[in-house]
Design a protein around this ligand. Structure first.
Ligand code: SAH
Ligand code: SF4
Length: 429
């Protein structure tokens, strides 16, 4: 059995080629081949629409396909589904999903809404700083997507919260996983503490988005859940191709972002292979500091990483996002901020500051808000676009890898400790 979601449209067309012989007689070999390829391509497109845009999960419901073709698809291709194990919503609207895979392993995806009100919150901070509120909003945030949200998306009733109604959210970002666990062993990250179990297949990546799309009008995708996407290059690249295929999930290439801890050769490969956004988990301002928390830096240091970023093909008005987890008394000084400016100079980019989300798997602490703001202000005052990621879904453990560590089998963490401290607000499962 082949999983439908593991196929790009071109893969599917190729699979359908032997079944797409034209009925016309008297064609030359060349004409026959051309017609057959065209029919296969058209059918692949039809099937993509049925699954990804009309949310049909049974071959028999695809009424404009011939009976023979449907029978063949039934026997050979499976439309993959993920089993929802946990579905929780936090006070701030963050929705967290834990899925069970066919081998009983679990992965998580999170929907992170960006509310309309957030804009005025950002404005307030800007005004506090005595600057034009417009200066630190990124292009994406300037858009009002509530009005652009996909129309005609089918919701699965009860699972779609009233808050997800059109008009309330500007953006609904799906944060998806690329691996079960992660091999990169970053010291501050709970997924890193767990180690790598296995990489996800293309269909397991694509289906996270597909399942979420059946529940909410997702506008953006970020590969910031569990795993290192570029350590699973082929499956992630293929998944991105399906996500941005206008006959597939249909996301704009500007709305899909791959986040990496810095696998330099794979960054270059990604730039050549598929046109999506890039986020780099910078997290430190010197090699010594970075190597202490991110082993990957020992293989590809900051100079190599920044060189790959400088050479990354960015379209017009596009920027690389540098993520910077702020760890108290480790990388949160103004000297660090100054070095971040130097490192990123000349790269069309923005810095996303993430105050550390504390968990029992790491000794680090979260800096207080004043220090976070001072760091941000230092960057802003020197013309660097810097946002602070508001901690989302803390009451449901929305940090990297944290939900799984409670329900799954986390190594090296006291998994009950985090859980007891937190209220369960809604559990639809
Ligand atoms: N492996 C990829 C993508 C997943 S991690 C990467 O590292 O980029 C997504 C982001 O979460 C990274 O920027 C990482 O630095 C950050 N992160 C991990 N653990 C965190 C924590 N406990 N608190 C705050 N951010 C964290
Ligand atoms: Fe892996 Fe990213 Fe966590 Fe590092 S931060 S351990 S790369 S998931």
């Amino acid at each position: 059995m082949i999983f439908f979601q593991s196929l790009t449209k071109a893969d599917l067309a190729e699979l359908l080629l032997p079944l797409s012989a034209p009925r016309d007689r008297g064609l030359t070999d060349d004409e026959f081949e051309k017609k057959r390829a065209k029919r296969a391509k058209f059918r692949a497109q039809q099937i993509f629409h049925w699954v990804y845009q009309r949310y049909v999960t049974e071959w028999d419901e695809m009424t404009d396909l011939s009976k023979d073709l449907r029978e063949w698809l039934k026997a050979n291709v499976e439309i993959f589904r993920l089993t929802e194990r946990v579905n929780q919503q936090a006070l701030d609207g963050t929705h967290k999903f834990l899925w069970t895979l066919h081998d009983q392993k679990t992965i998580e995806s999170v929907i992170i809404p960006a509310a309309l009100q957030e804009k005025s919150g950002a404005d307030a901070v800007a005004r506090l700083d005595g600057r034009d509120p417009g200066t630190f909003r990124d292009d994406e945030e300037k858009e009002t997507e509530a009005t652009q949200m996909q129309k005609g998306v089918r919701f699965s009733g009860a699972k779609t919260d009233a808050k997800l109604n059109e008009g309330q959210w500007r953006r609904l970002t799906a944060c998806i996983s690329s691996q079960v666990g992660c091999a990169m062993a970053c010291k501050f990250c709970l997924t890193g503490v767990q180690g790598l179990d296995r990489s996800l297949q293309t269909h397991e990546i694509v289906t996270q988005v597909h399942e979420l799309r059946m529940r909410a009008p997702i506008t953006n995708i970020v590969f910031m859940g569990m795993g290192e996407p570029l350590h699973n290059f082929e499956n992630v690249a293929k998944a991105c191709e399906i996500l941005i295929d206008q006959d597939g999930l249909g996301f704009s290439k500007r709305k899909v972002t791959v986040s990496t801890s810095g696998l330099v050769p794979a960054i270059t490969e990604l730039g050549k292979r598929v046109d999506v956004g890039l986020a780099i988990s910078l997290n430190a301002s010197t090699d010594e500091q970075r190597s202490a928390i991110m082993p990957v830096n020992k293989k590809w240091n900051l100079a190599a990483l920044m060189k790959a970023c400088r050479e990354f093909p960015l379209g017009p008005h596009r920027r690389i996002t540098f993520e910077y987890v702020l760890l108290k008394d480790f990388n949160d000084s103004l000297e660090d901020a100054e070095r971040v400016i130097k490192l990123t100079r000349g790269i069309p980019s923005k810095v996303n500051l993430i105050p550390f989300n504390e968990h029992s798997g790491a000794e680090f602490k979260r800096p207080d808000d004043i220090r976070v703001k001072a760091f941000q202000r230092y960057l802003l005052d020197r013309g660097v676009t810097a946002t602070v990621r508001i901690s989302r879904g803390r009451d449901i453990l929305a940090a990297c890898g944290q939900l799984r560590s409670i329900f799954g089998t986390a190594r090296g963490t006291d998994r009950h400790k985090d859980w007891k401290e937190l209220p369960v607000l809604q559990n639809h499962s």
